[in-house]
Design a protein around this ligand. Structure first.
Ligand code: FMN
Length: 218
């Protein structure tokens, strides 16, 4: 496996960004070349991202949560890579669009016959790898509140051809009150140094897992 990594994420209040930067530092310490791309709410980032996700050996995709879901920016950029089309075409099937993009939506390309746009995907040891990272408040249920968002990002990445090998989730400050009755208690200083150390260890463990070593069976 090569050693090129892309860290891509959306972050409104900066918590997910802290994790992204710690990931980058950890990849680089381990000899990887690492690009980082923050997806913002604009047509350039979402419709014409300046990265070619398929050229990487490892992708980390991250987001904060709003109403249980990852931010639409990162999700829509990944949808664009998955389908090779403007993500608003897919969103139309859900009666949704991207309101801040004003350029016209292209026509849906006609289906090729026989249809080639769906088919079973089998990922294996040679597939490039992906992890997902989420910062969240988790007031009611804690870590499991991050699961749907993490798995949604993971599914998009698997569609693109990356084998999903794990997720890192940690609390990120929500409001300015201590909120002691919540699952994690007072998270006003999260993610903190301990969370970022865990983020570093998470990446180090994943790199150990995928390291190429001579097999006992060879
Ligand atoms: C309007 C709003 C809605 C949120 N909704 C959720 C939610 O549904 N579940 C959750 O666990 N956290 C929720 N959060 C907390 C954020 O996900 C958390 O603060 C996260 O760290 C923000 O990431 P960012 O700083 O990278 O944008 C919400 C925060 C805001 C401001």
């Amino acid at each position: 496996m090569g050693k090129r990594c892309l860290i891509t994420y959306s972050s409104i209040t900066g918590h997910t960004e802290k994790v992204a930067l710690k990931f980058k530092e950890t990849f680089e310490k381990n000899g990887w070349q690492c690009d980082i791309f923050k997806v913002r709410k604009n047509a350039e980032d979402i419709l014409r991202p300046p990265v070619d996700i398929r050229s990487y050996d490892f992708v980390c995709a991250g987001s904060g949560l709003r109403a249980h879901l990852p931010y639409n920016e990162i999700l829509n950029m990944l949808r664009g890579f998955r389908t090779g089309m403007d993500p608003r075409i897919t969103l139309r099937f859900r009666d949704e669009t991207i309101p801040y993009i004003s350029e016209p939506i292209p026509e849906i390309p006609p289906h090729k016959e026989p249809k080639t746009d769906h088919g079973k995907i089998i990922l294996g040891p040679d597939s490039p790898k992906a992890v997902v990272f989420i910062t969240y408040a988790g007031y009611e249920f804690g870590p499991k509140e991050a699961d749907p968002a993490a798995l949604l990002l993971a599914l998009e990445l698997e569609h693109i051809g990356f084998q999903y090998i794990g997720r890192f989730c940690c609390p990120g400050k929500y409001v300015d009150d201590p909120m002691p009755r919540t699952f994690h208690g007072d998270i006003r200083n999260r993610p903190d140094e301990r969370d970022l150390l865990k983020a570093q260890m998470f990446i180090e463990e994943k790199l150990e897992e995928i390291a190429e070593r001579p097999s006992l069976l060879n």
